[in-house]
Design a binder for this molecule. Sequence first.
Ligand SMILES: Cc1cc2nc3c(=O)[nH]c(=O)nc-3n(C[C@H](O)[C@H](O)[C@H](O)COP(=O)(O)OP(=O)(O)OC[C@H]3O[C@@H](n4cnc5c(N)ncnc54)[C@H](O)[C@@H]3O)c2cc1C
Length: 261
Amino acid sequence: MKRVAIIGGGVAGLSAAQELLARGFAVDIYELNALPGGKARSFDVPESAYATSDGRSPLPAEHGFRFFPGFYRHLVDTMQAIPFPGKHCVAENLLNVEHLNYARFGKDVASVPVGSPRSLADITKLFKLWLGKTGVNMPLRDLLRYSARLFRLFSSCDQRVQNQYEEIAWWEFIRANKGSEAYRRYFANGSRILVAADPRKASTKTNGMIMEQLLMDQATGEADRILSGPTNNVWLFPWLHSLLQNPSAGFTAMPGWWISS
Ligand SMILES: Cc1cc2nc3c(=O)[nH]c(=O)nc-3n(C[C@H](O)[C@H](O)[C@H](O)COP(=O)(O)OP(=O)(O)OC[C@H]3O[C@@H](n4cnc5c(N)ncnc54)[C@H](O)[C@@H]3O)c2cc1C
């Protein structure tokens, strides 16, 4: 049996371990931190249980990973192979969201129901959201420009997407320089919020394909799924425990409280 050393117990390292074990390899995972999960992990808010005397756990804080759009396939496949007490698997801890709410400084939350537009009322609501003064207040010409660019992208053949759009930055493709400040903020720089990508560098192929999938997911009602509890409890710890059930798996990390729990 071959043994594989995996450096890092984040989502990539744990996924690699799962796939290698399934193929008959032995694995040793080495993690620098006391907690597994890397950037996906949750952690305790320091001293948040300070005033309690009833043994309550500290409040959970999330490092980040809470967005599981419908187009995620491999991650959900991986989660389906992780057992969870009282359920078939960890993937059952993913819950579909009903609304997407966009927080904005000094303004009301902009809310879009998932699975819309389905009716004239939904379309009216969306137009009010994008064009209305209390909404995004986007100039109509900007909305039309963006729609036209998306139409061009979505109706392009695979060869064009692979060969041409890989070479064009998203910023350039949607003509961000021609748009208003709102246009650049939402349609160009939105890629920073969604996929941490600089729109002046991210390719139209990468950004555009993500945008296409997100819009399809929004229309079909799978825009986002969230976890039903702290990431460690409902995903990462069950994952590591299930990997370590296999006698061919080892995990070495900084000593931490979670090992005994
Ligand atoms: C704020 C934030 C929000 C995010 N939200 C989402 C989201 O909603 N949806 C989504 O899909 N993605 C999201 N991401 C991205 C996602 O969290 C990461 O892409 C993913 O967790 C990366 O996993 P990884 O295993 O590749 O790397 P990491 O998570 O970085 O794991 C690397 C691991 O290796 C360990 N390590 C490093 N050096 C060594 C060493 N020398 N020896 C041993 N161990 C070592 C580290 O401690 C770490 O545990 C978010 C990221 C951030 C920062």
